[in-house]
Design a binder for this molecule. Structure first.
Ligand code: DC
Length: 221
């Protein structure tokens, strides 16, 4: 069986950072499932498809031309939609909010399921998202759920945005983080919640490397 480490948690908790470091250490593949929802949201927005138009949304989901590939200019893993790199467009709060709204649609989640499960390849996969341990890779042998208080997560999110040259302020970011959490936690389909088997780590007062150490201690390879 191909091993999977799932890392779930709310926005701004540092899942992506931890997932990337751990995947590099293990030399495993990585799945940023949020990027799939964000890319879908961006594609729907560009085509002006409204959230009520389930038929067109499902058609888009099954035809979505989405690839993850190394960008030769900066060596980072880029996201390509219709063969155009959209990595920075994906990171805006506007795209995040739209992604969280589309992510409420159960049929849409189902149609994006196989696309995510296809990332499970040897020698292993680190998958970050909201429902990796509860739905997409239910049988994963290693499951982690990261939490942190909303203020700390807003601070981290703001720092991340600023590093990318995107302006923002703490009160708006805190509001965005809380709004998105509320939607992700309370939705009917695959809500954000820890899997029963997950190791829950409160990262509020931990450094990235402390979190990485705890996660690495879980994985036996
Ligand atoms: O992890 P992220 O911030 O890039 O995710 C953006 C949105 O996508 C998030 O608010 C909800 C949705 N999402 C989801 O519903 N399920 C996932 N596994 C990952 C993301």
């Amino acid at each position: 069986m191909i091993p999977v480490l799932t890392i779930d948690g709310p926005s701004g908790v540092g899942k992506g950072t931890v997932a990337n470091i751990v995947a590099a250490k293990l030399k495993w593949h990585i799945l940023d499932s949020g990027a799939i929802y964000r890319a879908f949201a961006l594609a729907a927005f560009k085509r002006n498809i409204q959230i009520e138009n389930t038929h067109q949304l499902l058609e888009l989901a099954s035809n979505l031309d989405l690839k993850f590939a190394q960008n030769s200019a900066n060596n980072a893993l880029g996201v390509y939609l219709d063969n155009q790199e959209v990595s920075s467009e994906l990171r805006t709060e506007k795209t995040a909010e739209l992604a969280s709204k589309f992510a409420m649609i159960g049929q849409l989640r189902e149609s994006l399921l196989i696309r995510q499960q296809d990332f499970r390849q040897l020698p292993g996969l680190v998958a970050d998202g909201r429902d990796m341990g509860t739905v997409v890779f239910k049988d994963a042998p290693y499951k982690v759920f990261l939490t942190a208080n909303a203020e700390e997560r807003a601070k981290r999110r703001l720092k991340q945005l600023q590093q990318r040259g995107i302006a923002g302020n703490i009160s708006h970011t805190l509001e965005d983080v809380k709004k998105r959490d509320e939607r992700d936690v309370s939705r009917k389909h695959s809500p954000l919640k820890p899997s029963k088997e997950a190791l829950i780590i409160d990262t509020s007062d931990l450094t990235v490397s402390e979190v990485v150490t705890k996660v690495m201690a879980l994985v036996k390879v």
